[in-house]
Design a protein around this ligand. Structure first.
Ligand code: ADP
Ligand code: MG
Length: 414
């Protein structure tokens, strides 16, 4: 199996080797966990699993804070995955374990209730509950045992949560013969995250991890839930998508996210529409007159970001990835100045990448920390990496984790 080597600040990866490996997009990334997961399942539960499933993390190429405004997003599934081993039980017990905690969580299917789920197991067990909400007859199924591991970094804005939910959803859909389509599985993952975990997130992450295809992004209309696969062609164009995980997580991330959602709802209400999706760039002068400055800038971010997603899809299709750099840069500007969800570390990552050869860069994810992405010509990868390490050291920030990701397949049986 071929790798896209991680280019962390800790190892001095040979730039030539990196350029070479960046061409190759393997589905499982730097660590292929499948053998380990099979073995550790067997040790833990005393018998072999019946099957392995995996689901990828995702990067949002463009379209930030547009999902809950019924707008457009353009994420792609990455070659870092959550891998799980599963086996049906003879009784009604659910038993789940992850190397992330080493805690074995047990629950009787008859006790399943989103209110009494907590900690990490609220994600997998919340998916079980949510499948029931979408019509699965949970009184008629046997319990399962699940062991999982992941090489999706947790809390970095690469959606380790959706990788976990989607791997569980696809596995149970098959072994319980539920017959749900992928969009229903995505909605079950979202419902689990909203109700069992209590995070008010949109559906983008689950769609990306379920609908991803190699070398492609998933263009999602969050109002109609229609998806289109859009070819990225990064490697063919000599480009690599570099993730710069700042490691920063601000305590006001959750509050900030909720506050931005409220501003968007307020803006829509004052403009007389049900969602900001209905506002276009040509409506912005009217919005400026109708809204206070802060609400106007929140609205302007969402409206222009929706347009940038549409422009990015068109640019990719008509001219290829070399043509999307300015759109990525403009997206970052909008998040920093209008939506005000960036932080100094993210701005430094974006500016340093831009100044050292990236054709475009932006923060990605919900904001207030997490990761930035940069679209970088192969020949400039090591320059960008060295410049980032230097810039972060100079500012006294912790070294960022820097690695190349490729666009990979969505959740499936391995
Ligand atoms: P992100 O999705 O950006 O990585 P979230 O805060 O949405 O961050 O989700 C991270 C949470 O998901 C973790 O705190 C943990 O509860 C759960 N999680 C993700 N991956 C795993 C894993 N491999 N094992 C156990 N729990 C996990
Ligand atoms: Mg998440």
């Amino acid at each position: 199996m071929n790798d896209v080597s991680p280019a962390t600040s800790a190892d001095n990866t040979d730039p030539a080797a990196e350029v070479h490996t960046a061409h190759v997009v393997a589905e499982h990334g730097p660590g292929d966990l499948r053998g380990d997961v099979w073995r550790r399942f067997t040790e833990l539960f005393g018998r072999e699993p019946t099957s392995l499933y995996s689901a990828p993390g995702r990067v949002n190429l463009i379209g930030e804070h547009t999902d809950y405004n019924d707008g457009f997003v353009l994420p792609f599934a990455i070659n870092r995955r959550t891998v799980l081993a599963v086996r049906l039980r003879e009784d009604r017990m659910l038993r789940v374990c992850s190397d992330f905690t080493d805690e074995l969580v047990e629950l009787d299917l008859d006790q399943l209730n989103p209110e009494n789920l907590n900690g990490w197991s609220a994600y997998p067990l919340g998916v079980v509950w949510a499948l029931g909400e979408f019509g699965a007859d949970l009184t008629a199924v046997n319990g399962v045992e699940i062991y999982l591991e992941s090489d999706v970094p947790v809390g970095a804005g690469l959606s380790s949560s959706a990788a976990l939910e989607s791997a569980v959803a696809v596995a149970l859909n098959e072994i319980w013969h539920l017959g749900f389509d992928r969009m229903t599985l995505a909605r079950a993952g979202q419902l689990a995250e909203n109700r069992a975990v209590g995070a008010p997130t949109g559906i983008m992450d689950q769609v990306a991890t379920l609908f991803g295809e190699p070398d492609s992004a998933v263009f999602l209309d969050c109002r109609s839930l229609e998806t289109q696969v859009v070819n990225l062609g990064f490697a063919e164009a000599g480009l690599a998508l570099v993730v710069i995980n700042t490691g920063v997580r601000h305590s006001h991330a959750t509050g900030g996210y909720a506050e931005r959602r409220q501003s968007c709802e307020l803006g829509a209400r004052l403009l007389g529409v049900t969602s900001l999706r209905e506002i276009t760039v040509s409506d912005l002068p009217r919005a400026r007159d109708a809204l206070d400055d802060v609400t106007f800038r929140r609205v302007r971010h969402v409206v222009t970001e929706n347009q940038r997603v549409l422009d990015t899809v068109r640019a990719l299709r008509e001219h290829g990835p070399q043509a999307i750099g300015e759109l990525l840069d403009a997206s970052h500007w909008s998040m920093r100045n209008d939506f005000e969800i960036s932080v100094d570390e993210l701005d430094l990552a974006v500016e340093t990448a831009q100044m050292n050869g990236a054709i475009g860069a932006r923060m990605t994810g919900g904001g207030f920390g997490g990761a930035a992405i940069a679209l970088v010509p192969f020949a400039a990868i090591s320059r960008v990496q060295v410049a980032l390490d230097g810039a972060f050291a100079e500012h006294g920030y912790a070294q960022p984790d820097i690695f190349v990701v490729g666009a990979a397949t969505g959740a499936h049986r391995d």
